[in-house]
Design a protein around this ligand. Sequence first.
Ligand code: ZN
Length: 500
Amino acid sequence: MAAEKGLTPRAEDFSAWYNEVVLRGELADYSPVRGCMVIRPYGYGIWENMQRALDRMFKETGHQNAYFPLFIPQSFIAREAEHVEGFAKEMAVVTHTRLRASADGGLEVDPDSKLEEPLIVRPTSETIIYSMFAKWVQSYRDLPLLINQWANVVRWEMRTRLFLRTAEFLWQEGHTAHATEAEAEEEARRMLGVYRDFMDNWMAMPPVLGRKSDSERFPGAVRTYSCEALMQDNRALQAGTSHMLGQNFARQFDLKFQSESGAEEYAWNTSWGVSTRLIGGLVMTHGDDTGLVIPPRLAPYQVVIIPIYRRDEERALVLEKAEHAKEALRNDGVSVYLDAREGMTPGAKFYEWERKGVPLRIEIGPRDVAQEQLVLVRRAVYGEELRKETVGEAEALAGIRTRLEAIQQAMLAAAVRRREQNSYRGVEDYGRFREIIDGSGGFVYAGWCGSAECEARVKEETKATIRVLPFEEFRTPEAPARCVVCGGEAREEAVWARAY
Ligand SMILES: [Zn+2]
């Protein structure tokens, strides 16, 4: 069997590398419908683990899941002016409800089935959800209303990338209604914090948090907050957003309540979401030139066991030991796969599971059985730790969870280190700014006067955008005095980067 061709190295062509990792790691495939993708079982397994973790966090913060329709009346979308402007060009519109036989023996749209009002396939569900909230909320006692929905949405993207930008994608959208502005603001920030917790501690993809500039704000929001992560090619990924919607939607959908004092008031809304785009972020944060590297807490398989034997008489012995190890780990709550496939060399199995990013591999051969030991191989190392170790069997099995946790921590530490090594602070000169953006890329922290003109000029000249106006803890201790673009007085510090 010929050796499989390696991946395009990241340094050579990051974008080609990304596609190869996703396809050959069996996360997703192209679909017959242009712009859409098929999420394969291995990729969906990662998504399920993401969902499970996030869903628990949403419930712990008081939210309940519900489900709203895929179709939204066109008139709903048209109600919120700013919302319309932001989305109008990217929607799938349903105009008819029936097919009929055509003269040439095929099918055609039945013109008699034209809908009176077209339906929009949801690009996001603010309008339909707040129209329902308006029915359910009468008094301040009905608030806060804290709902999450797991769903698919459609935005008619023309230039698509697997997981990062597809016409249809999976996500969750949280939608809440509150009695006061302060509560809504607190909620929007709280959920951004939940995302951060998830990205740090599950994905090992540490984001920078902050507020979006007006031009990057979600259409219809008063304020948009965002988690921005830095990928290995030094481009930013907007990984999760949380919006304080003010009363914009409440006014349009008559979402009112009677306050404690008896007055009628409009509710305050928030919405927040993360999507299957996170899987793309995971790939671009941790993958290497061999393939995927998945953090243990999200890995469909945390451990893969590869039995190694040459002669038939070794087979039963080795497999028995491998089964025992699998059972022991499973009982310990470890997600483990015993790869006992016949007709495949151990080397080919190593290669396949490395390409798929399984964090830890256990090799068991006749010698290991005899000496009651296991060979443990980490998918990736980040510091002084050994990639390959031989450990006594009992000690190895008892220590797997600790080992996986150590890998999780090492991945986060490495990602933080990489982000900081590629963050440039105190950049005052626009020439230097452009040099970084056009060269290595990365997060550039620089002063901004607050004008849309300076922001637009940077975008025009460098394709970089303001990713966030960072929260206090991410800001450079010494606040910039001047706008890096025009030299005027800086109103705040901004994080600039080219983005996905
Ligand atoms: Zn300026």
